[in-house]
Design a protein around this ligand. Sequence first.
Ligand code: ADP
Ligand code: MG
Length: 341
Amino acid sequence: MERCSVLRIKRLPESLIRKIAAGEVIHNPSFVLKELVENSLDAQATRIVVEIENGGKNMVRVSDNGIGMTREEALLAIEPYTTSKIENEEDLQRIRTYGFRGEALASIVQVSRTRIVTKTEKDALATQLVIAGGKVEEISETHRDIGTTVEVRDLFFNLPVRRKSLKSSAIELRMCREMFERFVLARNDVDFVFASDGKIVHSFPKTQNIFERALLILEDLRKGYITFEEELSGLRINGIVSSREVTRSSRTGEYFYVNGRFVVSDELHEVLMKVYDLPKRSYPIVILFIEVNPEELDVNIHPSKIVVKFLNEEKVKKSLEEVLKKNLARKWYRSVTYEEI
Ligand code: ADP
Ligand code: MG
């Protein structure tokens, strides 16, 4: 048998390492959308416009009116592990922004043709960067209001197998819309617009509160819902949930947010199903915002950050159960028509 030689182990070229790593953060156009919208929100935008073409496979463009970047900042931002959001290990314990890993832009520019146009309050002109497959091809000046536009074209053009594994435009479009709606539901303080292939599909103005926003998006919820804002055991649980009579035949109406971040959680799902106790294949519509002390939360377990870990999971589950039980028992479900909102 041939003996393995250590010499055969080689370090991959830096460019290949970056490409492979990029694929771990960005799976499809909806993840590009997610990362760009998160950056806009972290930049304190109050208006965010998302435009996609061909389900995002040809283009995902996110424009915001946030704080923008200077030329130096923009050039730094596309490098791996550069972030303005945390500085040291202690900051990691109290994350308040969506981003903190400094990986998204660096990943996106590796696997697409990206154009960034951005302007800060201090600058007279905007900076424009054009990057293709990780290479900066153009640095120029142009006109723009304060804020940032990031346009991502031809995702995975340089990773052909990945490109092929993208779904049909219709499916990618649906995933982009779902991703977009997760933000719209959580951030009633921001105007959101979504356009696909040149047509505006959604336009959501700011609303007074999260409940109003939810009723704009999830129309079936208007047939009967309960809202609550509760505090117990150091947790805050706000929600708008369907009454037991209003259900869906799939799990599509389930939105959990932990400290503002949309999460997928089988543990919280179980609590829901237990409390609602519905017939088979019936699911409630539930938008729940759980606020915990950031020190009791580990958001650092997955690069796409959709999964978070509660350090005291039992407490969270128990509190949620209590809050839901109490509020579902209330006798005054509201049932409204659209005009009343
Ligand atoms: P992270 O969000 O984890 O910091 P990103 O790669 O997503 O990492 O972004 C890197 C940096 O680029 C951010 O920390 C921020 O300073 C800057 N940035 C990205 N997008 C925007 C934007 N839309 N507006 C202003 N600054 C931005
Ligand atoms: Mg980010």
